[in-house]
Design a protein around this ligand. Structure first.
Ligand SMILES: Cc1ncc(COP(=O)(O)O)c(C=O)c1O
Length: 412
């Protein structure tokens, strides 16, 4: 435990101190060759990360947001199309939709996994869309445009329920882009295929973020697209590099969205440790589950369905009196986070879309109750014990204060 008893939400310092020699040698080799953009470090990382995700291709880009935007454009989403996702994600998911020229629309989430509810997606496609007379494809009644893609978000390190989403996508001719920005190495047991599938290998393409706090994080900004579609990978390579397949031969207008070579080198070093870090995260999540086992009824623990092997990017509980709990934890030096406090349909940025409170009640309730507890590979048993002790003490105190006695949050 830190000598001052503090427990941060995430500890990025210890990890980098441990890897310092390896990371410095990457930096030295970049200085020696001046290979800062593209080249063997980027290509090496792309090969290794594609293999890690069981995908044919990986295209390194500047961020997870770039990855989502390029994947949407390269997969054929057209300006004016509607792209469906969930409201409880980081705004980058919907920013990418808008930046690709499309319009975001939402379906609600499953109350236990917090990922896209396939039944709500089915209901959306059947009742909130109408078939286009000419093509038979579906048009959103709200946006008035063709629904061409869906982005399931693998939130907190757990994949969305992909089998039914892929079935609906096939039936309604939707492109599936996985938002795997929080799910490096997460797995899904596909009943259709009778095998475990990795995040990044199930949709037409997937987007990963390597923001420093992610399970696989760069020492700056970075992201990647994975796909089995070679043409899509080539288009992403052009999009990230000003639309040029060769220098100064611009086939289309693109972006400056390349993966920095030094970051690629850092990511190669870290990728070698990712399986160990994932095991450590799983062990720590299991320990929280055990320590909280007798408190179920006063808080809701993360739910892992039989078809999921999550990588625990975040350990998120649900509580009623979150503000008070967060204050008590902060007073004890314990860091927490809220992912995310405002569901996107209610964000100011999307006021013009016309959504109101009550449109996506499950996402809204989750947004008001979720609390992310400290979780990182180096988190010690003593630190976890302290988090749990303070949290349970605060919950007991709030119940004692409550005039009506306990108001338990029941399991969904
Ligand atoms: C679910 C989700 N999507 C997209 C992104 C965007 O990634 P980046 O910050 O690398 O652009 C993030 C990163 O926070 C994320 O968590």
């Amino acid at each position: 435990m830190n000598t001052n008893g503090k427990v941060p939400l995430v500890d990025l310092v210890t990890l980098h101190q441990e890897l310092e020699d390896e990371l410095v040698s990457v930096f030295r080799s970049a200085l020696n060759t001046a290979g800062f953009v593209g080249g063997p470090m980027v290509e090496g990382f792309e090969r290794e990360f594609a293999e890690y995700c069981d995908a044919q291709h990986c295209v390194g880009v500047g961020s997870g947001t770039d990855a989502l935007r390029f994947a949407l454009i390269a997969s054929g989403v057209q300006p004016g199309d509607t792209v469906v996702t969930v409201p409880n994600t980081f705004i980058a998911t919907t920013e990418a939709i808008s930046q690709a020229g499309a319009r975001p629309d939402f379906v609600d989430i499953d109350e236990r996994t917090y990922t896209m509810d396939p039944e709500k997606l089915s209901a959306y496609l059947e009742t909130e869309c109408t078939p286009d007379q000419r093509t038979g494809r579906v048009v959103s009644k709200r946006t008035g445009s063709l629904v061409t893609a869906v982005i399931p978000v693998h939130l907190y390190g757990q994949m969305a329920d992909m089998d039914p989403i892929l079935e609906l996508a096939a039936r309604y001719e939707l492109i599936v882009i996985e938002d795997a920005c929080q799910a490096h190495g997460a797995e899904y047991l596909s009943s259709r295929e009778g095998r475990w599938r990795r995040a990044g290998s199930m949709g037409r393409a997937a987007a990963f973020s390597f923001y420093p706090g992610k399970n696989l994080g760069a020492c700056g900004e970075a992201g990647a697209i994975t796909t089995d579609d070679e043409g899509l990978a080539r288009r992403c390579q052009m999009l990230r590099d000003h639309g040029q397949p060769r220098k100064y031969s611009h086939d289309i207008e693109g972006y400056n969205g390349r993966l920095d070579a030094i970051q690629a080198g850092f990511l190669r070093v870290k990728l070698r440790h990712l399986a160990k870090w994932t095991d450590q995260r799983r062990e720590r999540a299991r320990r929280y589950d055990e320590l909280f086992a007798h408190a179920v009824g006063t808080l809701i623990l993360p739910y892992v369905p039989w078809w999921s092997r999550p990588v625990h990017h975040l350990y998120v509980v649900r509580v009623l009196d979150r503000e008070r709990l967060q204050k008590d934890l902060a007073a004890a030096g314990i860091g927490t986070g809220i992912h995310y406090p405002v569901p996107l349909h209610l964000a100011k940025a999307y006021e013009s879309l016309g959504f109101r409170v009550g449109h996506f009640p499950v996402a809204e309730q989750a947004a008001s109750q979720v609390l992310s507890l400290p979780l990182f590979p180096e988190l010690s048993p003593e630190q976890q014990h302290r988090v749990v002790t303070i949290l349970l003490r605060s919950l007991a105190h709030s119940r004692a204060l409550s005039a009506t006695g306990s108001v338990p949050v029941t399991s969904p």
